[in-house]
Ligand binder design. Structure first.
Ligand code: AMP
Length: 453
């Protein structure tokens, strides 16, 4: 069973209200995972944990946050589809071992989990969940090293794939990023406190000042002696995930030392130059297409209009009608503004097409609302390959672009025209000429590392 972990992590050390700050941080990272959330704090005598399925606001109450006392905390928000909604897979994981209590939370997917897990089980290890994170904790506990810090270094030399980690013990907080730096992780300061977050939008909410990224391959240790960096693995080229900028991260975040709004807008501008359209309106598919649509409108000169309105309060638990309403799943989330669309030639902008099923319903919806023409523009290249590093993409046979031409996709979607951003334009938007600085595997199959079975 493949576990996909699209997640957000946040940590703080030291702060008198560590768990409340972490709660706020997770709130800002809710878009990175809506299935489960958890916080582990460093209480006066022991590490304290609370985690459950649900949104951050539902998982924690003032009482649970009071119980998570102490001056340091790490937290996690988790998204999982492929692996199912398994409560035991919520983070952080808290264990008691050779180094006392150790808590860990993880964003990303390891690519050699199965090999490591099999070996560890043969050695007598037991696991309580299918999570990658338990494997890392087991490796830490079984390391030859005498200190937790050295044991983490040893463990990080054995794991492969994508990980942005936060680790908390009774004396230290650590942050680590895999040598390719697939998933983001940054460092900020809040007074004397050190703050870690997947995205900088969480720093803004707690009032922390952004300092820098944790470098690919860096292990940063913070304790009573201060802050120091180690590099367990060297000589590997960084390949941060371009899809963070295409879709996953919030546009108000600074990710991989770049503004997400800035790169997305540029993707839209380049898309307009590559695939212009004679239209009356530029309409984003909210929220994923908004930033690119702004760029598209800027470059093509047609007005940007919110022709589709999104209901932001759709949870995962809405009750579907028993008798089928056509396109119900999309209708509950998006509704067209008929007055705007009627009789108009429209460019619809979205960031990506995965299966094509949602996009098809949206095109239909805009046509039924009276649009004269619907031209679809996608601010990334065709998604032709699945991700092994933590973005939840279905297997290849379900990716419409893996086995259909652009013209076949256009026909399936019912759009009057369809244009995807080229890989070269995406590289330009990322200020990555030549395309060596990021992982573009979902668009070209050039996987920096393959999973081991
Ligand atoms: P579809 O037409 O069914 O392929 O859906 C396309 C929509 O899915 C676009 O609006 C994308 O923003 C969105 N999308 C892309 N990647 C993901 C992902 N990993 N998880 C959830 N939604 C995604």
């Amino acid at each position: 069973m493949a576990f996909k972990d699209e997640c957000g992590v946040f940590g703080i050390w030291p702060h008198p209200e560590a768990s409340r700050q972490t709660y706020l941080g997770l709130y800002a990272l809710q878009h990175r995972g809506q299935e489960a959330a958890g916080i582990c704090s460093r209480g006066a005598t022991e590490l304290l944990l609370h985690k459950a399925q649900g949104y951050v606001a539902d998982v924690f109450s003032p009482e649970t946050l009071d119980r998570l006392s102490g001056d340091a905390a790490i937290g996690h928000t988790r998204y999982s589809t492929t692996g199912g909604n398994v409560a035991s897979a919520a983070h952080p994981f808290l264990v008691q071992g050779r180094f006392g209590q150790v808590a860990l939370c993880h964003n990303g997917n390891l690519t050699n989990t199965e090999v490591l897990r099999r070996r560890l089980i043969e050695q007598g290890q037991v696991f309580t969940s299918p999570s990658d994170s338990e494997v890392i904790l087991a490796l830490i506990n079984r390391a030859c090293a005498a200190t937790l810090e050295d044991a983490v270094v040893e463990a990080l030399r054995q794991v492969e794939g994508a990980f942005s980690l936060l680790i908390l013990s009774d004396t230290q907080i650590m942050a680590a990023r895999d040598p390719r730096g697939f998933r983001p992780l940054s460092l900020a300061k809040l007074g004397d406190a050190v703050v870690f977050s997947s995205e900088s939008c969480a720093f803004d909410l707690v009032g922390a000042e952004y300092e820098r990224e944790i470098q690919p391959g860096e292990l940063l240790i913070v304790d009573a002696e201060g802050m120091r960096s180690r590099h367990p693995v060297s000589g590997i080229e960084p390949k941060p995930c371009v899809f963070e900028h295409v879709y996953f991260a919030r546009p108000d975040s600074f990710v991989f030392s770049r503004s997400v709004m800035g790169t997305r807008r540029e993707m839209g501008r380049l898309l307009a130059k590559r695939y212009p359209a004679e239209v009356d309106l530029v309409v984003p598919v909210p929220d994923s297409g908004v930033s690119a649509a702004l760029g598209y409108a800027e470059a093509c000169g047609a007005p940007f209009e919110f022709g589709l309105i999104r209901n932001h309060y759709v949870g995962r638990t809405f009750i579907e009608p028993k008798q089928s309403i056509r396109s119900f799943g999309v209708k509950i989330k998006l509704n067209p503004v008929r007055e705007l669309l009627k009789g108009k030639r429209v460019v619809l902008v979205d960031d990506s097409i995965v299966r094509g099923t949602t996009s098809r319903k949206i095109v239909q919806m805009v046509k039924e609302a009276g649009a004269a023409e619907v031209h679809l523009r996608i601010s990334s290249p065709p998604t032709t390959h699945s991700c092994f590093y933590g973005i939840d993409t279905p297997s290849r046979e379900h990716l419409i672009a893996a086995n259909h031409t652009v013209e076949e996709i256009r026909e399936f979607l019912g759009a009057d025209s369809l244009g995807y951003l080229t890989e070269e334009d995406l590289q330009t938007a990322m200020t990555d000429p030549g395309g060596q600085g990021f992982c573009y595997a979902c668009f070209n199959g050039a996987y920096p590392i393959l999973p081991k079975k």
